[in-house]
Ligand binder design. Structure first.
Ligand code: ATP
Ligand code: MG
Length: 149
């Protein structure tokens, strides 16, 4: 088996993503692997009229700052649980593409991702982000089904 030295855990702060993070922490402990959290802010471009570009930039900056603050809290909880440092990254773009790019750039050995997130219809087997990550990831992907589904 290829060793698991680095784990990427994408989160949209849903309950299912939290359960995936629990597993990611457990696996990081078991394999003595590094753990990186990633949250992707999706900001649609070309949506705003030119006149409101400044306003939208302001709005976007606020959204990214809020996302960073929320992720820092999760990182602190994860570090307490794991007992060592965790890396936290916020990326901007379409979530599935940013997660796959991060996986490729960081050469992670494993992605641990929830089957569902905040926005989807629970009767689908996989949310659209998870489905595309499974299809396009350059490494192994563990999908974690939330117990509330
Ligand atoms: N913006 C995001 N940033 C980081 N991880 C994400 C993001 N969105 C989803 N994920 C990850 O993907 C998992 C599955 O979420 P996904 O978005 O695929 O399902 P959904 O929200 O139920 O459905 P959909 O988004 O297709 O309507 C989440 O538990 C989380 O691990
Ligand atoms: Mg979603």
């Amino acid at each position: 088996m290829k060793p698991i030295r680095s784990i990427l855990c994408p989160t949209d702060h849903s309950s299912c993503a939290h359960e995936a993070l629990d597993d990611a922490i457990g696996l990081a402990k078991r394999f003595e692997a590094s753990l990186t959290l990633v949250h992707v802010c999706y900001i649609p471009v070309g949506f705003y009229a030119e006149a409101s570009v400044l306003y939208s930039d302001e709005l976007n900056r606020g959204a990214v700052e809020a996302a960073k603050a929320e992720l820092e809290k999760l990182k602190a909880d994860a570090e307490r649980e794991l007992g060592r440092p965790v890396v936290a990254k916020v990326r901007i773009g379409p979530p599935y593409a940013e997660i796959v790019d991060e996986a490729r750039e960081g050469a992670y050995d494993l992605i641990v991702i929830g089957t569902h997130g905040r926005t989807g219809l629970k009767h689908f087997m996989l949310g659209s982000v998870a489905e595309r990550v499974v299809r396009l990831a350059p490494c192994r992907v563990l999908t974690v089904r939330g117990t509330t589904q």
